[in-house]
Design a protein around this ligand. Structure first.
Ligand SMILES: [Zn+2]
Ligand SMILES: [Zn+2]
Ligand SMILES: [Zn+2]
Ligand SMILES: [Zn+2]
Ligand SMILES: [Zn+2]
Length: 283
């Protein structure tokens, strides 16, 4: 027997889903699970959106060199295992004192301020007491909660992808001006979504050492990335270098592309070549 279910949706369904997603991005959990009425939604937007664009806080986990090893987004987990969006992220006025604390809003959670902790895939990392990070208290002293364990503070030798141990990193919660002042990217235009943390673009959620744009001071300078390709470079690089494309060098059986197409694609291929250059020269 055919037990498949065919969902028949008319053409307005897609826009309803888009509207719901937009609603979710703006409201987050602030409706406590019960959808706002259209009036409540408008009222919420009128109240919250201006505050958000004025008081957005940028959140990142940075190493001792100032590289943003992890940029915190709405779903990034805290030491307390709750997500960034479940912490206080909206402020009517920005606190004067530093560091700015972002307490967890989940009932009975003892986390006093958002704190990123790396994982191995979905596995928590271990403390020197051999117990997992998740076996330690969410309170900011992170005592071990395993019976009989005397560990007072979560400590680990786990290395971040940048090469430094976790302990060399710190949480940075800062205003747009403060972040811009440090030379790190800020949003061109605030989208008004809840709990954006440090996200400013598509590459934001990649680990800092892989990001290779200017979102961390650890990235190599542009002129280094854009060094001309030499004849001793890999054929792949030579083929993609817009300056070095010569019919004589193209591989047999592959016709050179029409010149108009090559010109159009230049900015993109150039970028690919730069990144590849980095990987090759960096190893
Ligand atoms: Zn929590
Ligand atoms: Zn937390
Ligand atoms: Zn421990
Ligand atoms: Zn322990
Ligand atoms: Zn790191």
């Amino acid at each position: 027997m055919d037990s498949r279910v065919h969902l028949k949706l008319d053409r307005t369904a897609g826009s309803s889903i888009d509207a719901y997603l937009e609603y979710k991005r703006i409201v987050g959990d602030d409706d406590n699970g019960k959808l706002f009425t259209p009036e409540e939604y408008e009222e919420y937007k009128r109240k919250v959106l201006p505050l958000r664009s004025k008081n957005r806080l940028y959140v990142s986990w940075s190493n001792s060199q100032g590289m943003d090893c992890k940029i915190i987004g709405p779903e990034t987990k805290c030491f307390c295992q709750h997500r960034y969006r479940q912490h206080q992220t909206d402020f009517e006025s920005i606190p004067e004192t530093r560091p700015i604390h972002l307490p967890c809003k989940v009932k009975n959670c003892s986390c006093r301020s958002y704190e990123y902790i790396p994982t191995i895939g979905s596995q928590p990392i271990r403390c020197h007491c051999k117990h997992f990070a998740t076996d330690h208290s969410a309170k900011n002293d992170h005592q071990c909660t395993k019976p009989g364990c005397t560990c007072q503070n979560f400590t680990t030798s786990f290395n971040c992808g940048c090469g430094e141990i976790v302990g060399c990193h710190s949480m940075i919660v800062e205003t747009k001006e403060e972040r811009f002042g440090r030379g790190h990217p800020v949003a061109r235009e605030e989208p008004g979504y809840a709990a954006m943390g440090g996200i400013t673009g598509f590459s934001s959620l990649i680990d800092g050492y892989m990001r290779l744009d200017d979102s961390g001071v650890g990235a190599p300078p542009l002129e280094w990335l854009e060094q001309p390709t030499t004849s001793s470079d890999h054929p792949f690089l030579r083929a993609y270098d817009p300056k070095g494309v010569q019919p004589a060098k193209s591989r047999p059986g592959i016709k050179p592309k029409p010149s108009s197409l090559t010109t159009q694609k230049q900015p993109m291929t150039r970028k690919v070549a730069s990144k590849t250059t980095y990987h090759r020269k960096g190893t």
